[in-house]
Write a protein that binds this ligand. Structure first.
Ligand SMILES: NC(=O)c1ccc[n+]([C@@H]2O[C@H](COP(=O)([O-])OP(=O)(O)OC[C@H]3O[C@@H](n4cnc5c(N)ncnc54)[C@H](OP(=O)(O)O)[C@@H]3O)[C@@H](O)[C@H]2O)c1
Length: 297
């Protein structure tokens, strides 16, 4: 296996790199900017703009991957809502460019997608459920998925996930678990919603699942998230309990009071049966991962 990773400066990208280094897999890490992952040696890194076809073509043809894991995306949901053209260019058009180039070299192409492709009215979504996005970001991922779903070539997979958390180097944004550990430890005030339900995903479990799809040469859609559905405020309360910290500074609010540009699906969560059976995917609970995170922070 020769694995090319897009978005290797991002949270998931860094975890895939970490696992490849640990296992001795042959890989090339790529991202838009310079290599910001201090754990990724520069000889395994190349800058690649996924919106530039010539750039993709040159990198693919020099490395000749057998598998591409496409994690790069515009992931800020509100930014996407306010910048729909840029969102479409990075999340949809670039996916088409990458898929076109992947097919030229007969490489397996894996797209990272999201629970935000669903409207969140039902929850516990299966791989076969019909998407119905409520945001520009969610729709961009539906459109990217459709490029693969409508292709005659089936040498692809889609890994859908939900609120990813974990530690990494020089990230452009934090994540709910790191933020909570920091704020609860320092007693900083937090406002947190109680009317959105998610299955938070430890980035290392997700990275394992993405690589396992490649290793087992699986095709089609896979749901990869954490094992437990909880309201967003419950994430914070469980972390506080685990750390033995007070929640006196945590204020519970409703989503409506946030006035965010993009709508969010109220209740997502995935049915993990397919991934458990076909990949032996067995993600850790929130408490199991906090124990590990505390040793990394
Ligand atoms: N994080 C979540 O909670 C979550 C939930 C559901 C689904 N997902 C999906 O999972 C995937 C990984 O998420 P993540 O949290 O690891 O993302 P992330 O930390 O936001 O990283 C995304 C990476 O994409 C890269 N990128 C953006 N534009 C690019 C371009 N034009 N060319 C090349 N690279 C570009 C950025 O590279 P530079 O840093 O080099 O600029 C960035 O490091 C995404 O596809 C996301 O939609 C994430």
């Amino acid at each position: 296996m020769k694995i090319l990773i897009t978005g290797s400066n991002g949270l998931l990208g860094q975890k895939i790199v970490k696992l490849c280094l640990k296992r001795g897999d042959d890989f090339l890490a790529t991202s838009a900017g310079d290599n910001r992952n201090i754990d990724c040696p520069n000889e395994f890194y190349q800058t690649m703009d996924i919106t530039n076809q010539e750039n993709i073509h040159a990198v693919f043809n020099s490395f000749k991957p057998t598998h591409i894991i496409h994690t790069a995306a515009l992931t800020n949901v509100d930014y996407c809502e306010l910048n729909p053209e840029e969102c479409h260019k990075v999340n949809v058009s670039a996916t088409q460019l990458l898929w076109d180039e992947a097919q030229k070299i007969n490489a397996h192409f894996q797209l990272l997608s999201t629970d935000f492709i669903f409207d969140g009215l039902i929850g516990n979504y299966k791989e076969t459920d019909i998407p119905s996005a409520v945001s520009i970001y969610g729709q961009s991922k539906v459109d990217a998925e459709n490029i693969l779903l409508n292709s005659e070539n089936d040498n692809w997979s889609i890994a859908r996930t939900i609120i990813v958390y974990g530690t990494a180097n020089n990230l452009s944004r934090t994540n709910i678990v790191l933020w909570s550990i920091d704020a609860l430890t320092n007693g900083s005030p937090m406002k947190i919603i109680n009317d959105q339900f998610r299955m938070p995903t430890w980035a290392e479990d997700l990275a394992w699942g993405c690589l396992e799809i490649c290793k087992r040469n699986k095709k089609g859609i896979f749901h990869l998230c954490g094992p437990e559905l909880m309201a967003v405020n419950e994430i914070v309360f469980r972390i506080a309990k685990y750390l033995g910290k007070s929640t006196d500074n945590v204020e519970i609010i409703s989503s409506a009071t946030l006035s965010q540009p993009a709508k969010r699906p109220p209740r997502t969560g995935f049915d993990l049966s397919k991934s458990r059976i076909e990949l032996d995917y067995n993600p850790k609970t929130l408490e199991q991962t906090i124990e590990i995170l505390l040793t990394e922070i």
